[in-house]
Design a protein around this ligand. Sequence first.
Ligand SMILES: [Zn+2]
Ligand SMILES: [Zn+2]
Length: 256
Amino acid sequence: MSSTLNDLLPRFADFVAERNIDYIQLFNSDFLLDNNAFDECKIMENINEKFQELGAYDRSLLIIDMDSLCGVNISKSESTMGPTTSFSLSNGKLFNFGIHAINTKIQMTETKEIWIALACKNSYLLNIAKQSLNWRKTPKQIEQDNIEEENNTKVKVCKRCNQKYLEVDNKLGACSYHDGFLFQSSKKPELWTPLEDEVEINSIKADPKVNDLGLKYICCLENVTSQGCKKDKHNQYGYNLTNYYDKFVALKKAKK
Ligand SMILES: [Zn+2]
Ligand SMILES: [Zn+2]
């Protein structure tokens, strides 16, 4: 369920009436506070106790507020592929313990009705909870997974370094490239000009005598056949050259 707990309460009320539930337990961070469960041992003890309590009733409902219990850290970072957002759990132990307890509890019940509702707003948390519980996938999710699978196993050509790669092997550092333009270092400095025309650059690279032209990359001052000085993942977007004009102008001046 991707909703806040408060939005879900009317639905829980309907469910409780419909199933004739005789015991409800809400499990969230307030519950831990109320029970003075601050350290890990105490928290685990509390969870265990609550799970056991459920078994004492014929029809019970446990509502677990995943967002408040497990918490999700969000970190944003910039890379050459644009801004990326990554998530991590603030309390992975509590998450694992909860999932484990739910799995074992479900297996234990044959005569009693024990309902466990996970309330989860954060989509990252929701996905890992579903995965951990072997949640049945919807046709839409299956389709999405298939697309992702196909994407992962299709051979692609990197728009930056022209190497072939598979998305599954595409790790940080797989792609080496230069992020600066080429210039003719064997000429007099006043005649240096940035080479930025792709067609021209590709025809130069295709020529084995290319080093005779003294072409160097402004980023690292290595020659045109050198391995890239920057590392990243392969990508399908190509890249923008970093602005090295200040360095270029300074270098021209220094060499005069
Ligand atoms: Zn370079
Ligand atoms: Zn690449």
